[in-house]
Design a protein around this ligand. Structure first.
Ligand code: 5GP
Ligand code: MN
Length: 325
């Protein structure tokens, strides 16, 4: 498997008519922004598109154009298409059961994760801040495609979310140049940021308070973690969607290098979000547990109870951190 050139992907788009577009479970702004921008641009070119994701779409992204047209995966779903785009997925397992629909059709894998193993028949994997940056380049390379306000807003959402509003170290001058170009299409970035980062349900704020009362830190004071159990969610009346962004609190603690959020999604299934501040590669730690991601933001799932998962991951983090320092 190899990485393809942009022109090879634009040629494929010209040759085919019907495209399935998908992305990872636990959809975020880069996932959805990239999916919507690609959908809108393919439709502009007269192509047929179907978007399927094996998860619920967080309500904070309801402002994205055509977001209601995303189909949630269900067993028995049968879709006719020529090729499938997987966006923002560092491995094929990230699309979960959408794999059942793809069968033996060719995959075009467009992604920005450094650990992407080129799982597609075609691969466009680049070291950019967001997958939306690659979709922008693809649109730029498609002769008949044109940016418009809806496509620009979708791409901007991807850039804003994956760079944490251009604060994270993945932000480059290229990211800013693309954003500057998108702003020519009247994108309301203040509104996007307000909806995505600064709007919380009452239950979400109460949940944050309770979670932070239990903030844990190791002896070195370099690893901080928090947990969200199903019991806590029920007590507060919150949902998993309300946990978005919580990992940024332990990350913001002065002196901390590794921040971890443990979420009990089901009994004995723990979703782990890993973040680091300046030098520790959390993607390597995630790999140890079958996950992946970026050096400063990664994740994995662990089949264990909450306390067992915390012990396993925190111990591994302590060990790895000693070796890095
Ligand atoms: P988050 O903690 O926000 O869910 O994810 C952070 C980053 O890690 C994202 O780039 C996401 O795609 C990646 N990531 C999260 N969970 C997994 C996982 O289970 N496997 C892989 N390969 N990547 C993950
Ligand atoms: Mn991304």
């Amino acid at each position: 498997m190899k990485n393809n050139k942009l022109v090879e992907i634009t040629n494929l788009i010209s040759q085919k008519q019907r495209f399935l577009i998908t992305s990872h479970v636990n959809p975020d702004g880069d996932n959805l922004g990239s999916v919507i921008a690609l959908k809108l641009v393919l439709e502009q070119l007269g192509k047929e598109t179907v978007v399927v994701i094996d998860d619920e779409i967080p309500s904070c992204f309801s402002f994205l154009h055509s977001i209601d047209e995303i189909i949630r995966y269900e067993d028995g779903l049968d879709i006719d298409f020529d090729m499938c785009f997987t966006l923002d997925c560092s491995d094929l397992d990230r699309i979960a059961k959408v794999k059942n629909i793809i069968k033996s059709k060719a995959i075009i894998n467009i992604d920005h994760h450094g650990d992407n193993p080129y799982f597609g028949e075609y691969n466009l994997v680049k070291n950019t801040a967001a997958t939306a940056e690659i979709i922008y380049q693809l649109i730029d390379a498609l002769e008949e495609a044109k940016l418009n306000k809806d496509i620009a807003a979708a791409l901007a959402t991807g850039l804003i979310t994956d760079t944490g509003s251009f604060r994270y170290s993945n932000t480059t001058s290229k990211t800013h140049k693309i954003m500057a170009e998108l702003l020519n299409y009247d994108v309301d970035t203040a509104e996007i940021s307000k909806k995505v980062f600064d709007t919380h349900s009452y239950q979400s704020l109460v949940l944050r308070g309770k979670v932070l009362q239990n903030l844990q830190i190791d002896d070195s004071k370099k690893i901080a973690w928090v947990k969200v159990s199903q019991d806590l969610l029920s007590e507060v009346g919150a949902t998993m969607e309300d946990t978005e962004g919580i990992v940024n609190y332990p990350r913001s603690l002065a002196g901390v290098e590794i921040a971890i959020l443990f979420k009990e999604t089901e009994e004995e299934i723990i979703r782990v979000s890993l973040r680091s501040n300046s030098y520790f590669p959390v993607d390597k730690l995630a790999h140890k547990f079958g996950g992946g991601g970026h050096p400063r933001a990664a994740g994995c799932s662990i089949d264990a109870n909450l306390n067992e998962a915390i012990e396993e991951v925190v111990n591994a983090a302590k060990k790895e951190l000693k070796q890095v320092r």
